[in-house]
Write a protein that binds this ligand. Structure first.
Ligand code: 6CM
Length: 245
């Protein structure tokens, strides 16, 4: 298993569907490769926020110009879904409001950059006592071998101006999923034989003033909640459907 992991880690991602002339093309390629290579990243020195069976959520405290940007790294393993299914439910907007609790309204598609890449605008619930936040980010899904990855990363390219009274968060998030196949390596027809390993990572800069203690308290509560809710949703959503790679 260790050698197959290093093989995959060394592998380059297949090129994405975006026009190489697009102003975001190089950035998307670079950021995605960094996330792809982070599979199996060490959590040494990080604070364990939550541990519940296969679910582990870690945080490291990091401040930038007086703002808490605390990187989060979470791992989970769930039974009954494939990597592709989980990643698809994270990326495809059709499912977003079913599991995402931080949004104030439905995401807005600013642009479809390619069949696998969207430019999105999201407005979040206001967190007392801070200003309401929004974010503008490209969202990209990529599949290779048993692994599927989604990257959401803030950009200024194509971003609408900030509404008054709002602050713009900067985020760099990925969800990497790997299907764990039973002996023989074939996709099972029984969902009970299918397992998906997930690695979620998030770095969010609040963008403007926000009390650090409040942010840290909300993060500690909300990231584990998101991991449980989202993975539970995925399992439930596909449980009566036939398995697919
Ligand atoms: O990664 C997650 N969601 C993605 C799709 O929406 C996307 C969004 C990332 C934003 C993460 C920061 C949210 C902080 C919001 C603060 C204000 C909301 C407070 C409301 C409390 C109920 O990558 C899942 C994000 C899970 C965040 C806990």
């Amino acid at each position: 298993a260790a050698s197959s992991m290093s093989l995959l880690r060394a592998s380059r991602l297949p090129s994405h569907g975006l026009d190489p002339e697009h102003p975001l093309s190089q950035e998307i390629a670079t950021v995605c490769q960094q996330h792809w290579d982070s599979w199996g990243a060490s959590t040494e020195g990080m604070e364990l926020l939550e541990s519940d069976g296969p679910l582990e959520v870690y945080r490291s405290c990091l401040e930038q110009e007086g703002a808490a940007v605390d990187p989060i790294l979470a791992r989970h393993t769930v039974t009954g879904v494939s990597a592709r299914e989980v990643a698809e439910m994270f990326w495809n907007l059709q499912y977003r409001l079913d599991w995402e609790r931080t949004l104030d309204s439905a995401p807005i598609v600013l642009d479809t950059l390619a069949s696998d890449t969207l430019l999105l605008h999201q407005i979040y619930k206001r967190l007392w006592p801070t200003a309401q936040r929004d974010s503008v980010f490209w969202s990209h899904i990529r599949h290779a071998e048993q692994r599927t990855m989604v990257v959401n990363c803030s950009t200024e390219v194509g971003a609408p101006p900030l509404a008054s009274g709002r602050q713009r968060m900067q985020l760099n998030v990925s969800l990497i999923c790997e299907t764990e196949l039973p002996e023989g390596g074939r996709l099972p027809t029984e969902r009970s034989q299918l397992r998906c390993r997930m690695q979620y990572s998030a770095r969010v800069h609040p963008g403007g003033w926000a009390p650090m203690a409040v942010l840290r308290q909300v993060a500690k509560r909300e990231y584990p909640r998101f991991m449980r809710r989202f993975s539970g949703y995925c399992v439930d959503r596909v449980k009566h459907m036939p398995t697919r790679a």
